[in-house]
Every structure is written in C-alpha cells, then in structure tokens.
Design a protein around this ligand. Structure first.
Ligand SMILES: NC(=O)c1ccc[n+]([C@@H]2O[C@H](COP(=O)([O-])OP(=O)(O)OC[C@H]3O[C@@H](n4cnc5c(N)ncnc54)[C@H](O)[C@@H]3O)[C@@H](O)[C@H]2O)c1
Length: 267
C-alpha cells in the first residue's frame, strides 16, 4: 500500500464509529489521509480514531448528529480546525428499520429519511459552504455519498430505506451540478450486502417479518439466490472503491454512483 497516496486529504467520515465507516477510516489513514470520525456514538468515534492513531495514522473524533445543522457545522469546523482545512466529506452515516410498504409508519419515514437523506444533504451543505470559503485549491474538493443497491432498486421489506437511498443518488447528481463551480466533485458508491452491525440487526428483523425462517441465514440465502458473485461482502470489499473516490485518481469524475455489490444491480 502506498502510504502517501492520500497525503493532503483531510477527511470527515460521518457515522465512522463502526462498520464500513470505521474500516474506511483505517484504510484511508494508512494511505496518508487525516481522518475525523464523527458519530452519534462519541465513545465509538473516539475508539475508532484511537485505532487509527495506534496504527501510526492521524485522526480525531467529534460528536455528530447528521440530522442537526449545528452539529454538522461543528463537525466540519472541528475537522478544518484540527487539520488546517477540510477537503473531503464522506457521508457514511445511515440507518435502516425494515417495514412492509403498507405498514411503514411516519415515524419510520422520518427516522430513515432524516438520517439517510436529510442528514446527507445537511452535511453536504455545511461542508460545501466551508469548502467554498476555503477557496479554490488545485485539486477538487470531494464529497462522497454512500448509496446502496436500493439506490437503483427496491425490496419489499425496505421501502423507506429504498426511497432514502434513491434520494442519495439524487443528491449526488444535484450536488455535482450545483457545486462544480466551487471545484467540488460529488460521487458515491453503493454497497450490496455487507457484514456489519447494521446487518446483524437487519437479520433479526427480517426473521421477525417472516421473510427468513431462522436467524443468521438471511445473508447466505440472499448470496445464494440474488448475488451473481455468490457471496456477501465485508467492509474490506468496499474500502478500495471509497479510497479511489477520495483519491486524485477520480478527479475527472462527478455525479457518479459506483455499485460494489457482487453484481446485484447492473446499472
Ligand atoms: N451493511 C450493509 O449491507 C449496507 C449496504 C448498503 C449500504 N449501506 C450503507 O452504508 C453505510 C454504513 O453502513 P454500516 O453497515 O457500516 O452501518 P452501521 O450501522 O454498522 O454503522 C452506522 C454508523 O452510523 C452512525 N449513525 C447513525 N445515525 C447517525 C446520526 N444521526 N448521526 C451520526 N452518526 C449516525 C451509527 O452510530 C453507526 O456508528 C450506511 O449509509 C448504510 O446505509 C450498508
């Protein structure tokens, strides 16, 4: 691994205390990026930052609720103050709580849309404003949003989540067109089925909904029936594409969402 590939990249990762966000933080830091982990779970964010530091990287942490404008602005400001500037925002925070379409409640809609869609939008706005104020640098500023297979498809158990992740794709496109004048690119990646804490919870809920018979079987069943590559993924399958989108290798790209799903969605 090239320890200097991402030198000069000062990155805020939202929801980076665990799962994919934490793995991406470690991977980017190992290539020279400076990482601010922002999360609702501050203890978890601190632990993730400490792991990066213990491995020889540079990191800090901040309490962040992506649905709260002041909190988002403070996390962006903390990143810029700690590292001298912010030039990458990785909008990773996300939640799901599956419900069938006709039973999904307003509370379900507000919670999922609040974090996945509005939270992504708020953080794009707050980071975008600071990037605009920082002025044009030679290399583009980067916003990387996390979509899903459900950014371009839908399952019967997760209608609101699908709507929220389609919104993420819309925000990638709207942001790309709107922020290009400030030298900000907006792209994203769309994981499929990734073994993280989110899926541990989802597995139980899908059994409660009667969609799978036994706990612990959903991921393998989906892999066998719906993933052309025949296996589900781990955060390690995702980190390389995230690093590509943060790196200068993707400087001439904007408005794109890359699928990383073993072939589930061929867009
Ligand atoms: N796991 C999958 O199979 C999968 C597939 C496709 C997309 N995704 C997306 O990838 C991203 C990461 O997923 P993961 O599986 O690592 O999830 P995870 O549940 O393991 O981690 C999500 C993190 O986000 C934080 N978070 C939640 N709400 C927040 C808020 N309001 N403000 C700040 N932080 C908040 C949580 O505390 C947690 O640390 C999410 O956007 C998710 O929707 C996951």
């Amino acid at each position: 691994m090239d320890a200097t590939r991402l030198a000069g990249k000062n990155v805020l990762i939202t929801g980076g205390a665990q799962g994919m966000g934490a793995a991406i933080g470690k991977h980017l830091a190992a290539q020279g990026a400076k990482i601010c982990i922002g999360d609702l779970n501050l203890d978890g964010a601190r632990a993730a930052a400490d792991e990066i530091i213990a491995a020889g990287g540079e990191a800090t942490s901040v309490s962040l609720n992506v649905t709260d404008r002041e909190s988002a602005a403070a996390a962006v400001a903390h990143t810029a103050a700690t590292f001298g500037s912010i030039n990458v925002l990785l909008n990773n925070a996300g939640i799901n709580k599956p419900m069938f379409f006709l039973e999904a409640t307003q509370q379900n809609w507000d919670a999922i849309m609040g974090v996945n869609a509005f939270g992504t939008f708020l953080c794009m706005q707050e980071a975008g404003k600071v990037m605009r104020e920082q002025g044009k640098q030679d290399l583009p500023y980067k916003i990387v949003n996390v979509g899903s297979i459900l950014s371009r498809d839908a399952f019967i158990d997760s209608s609101v989540y699908a709507a929220s992740k389609h919104a993420v794709l819309g925000l990638i496109r709207a942001g790309a067109r709107s922020l290009v004048e400030y030298n900000i690119t907006v792209n994203g990646y769309a994981p499929g089925v990734v073994r993280t804490e989110m899926w541990e919870q989802l597995d139980k809920e899908l059994v409660e909904m009667g969609l799978f018979e036994k706990a612990g079987t959903s991921m393998d069943t989906i892999a066998a029936n719906s993933i052309p590559m025949g296996r589900y993924s781990y955060p390690e399958d995702i980190v390389g594409t995230a690093a590509f989108l943060v790196s200068s290798d993707s400087d001439y790209m904007t408005g794109q969402l890359i699928q990383i799903d073993g072939g589930m969605v061929m867009a």
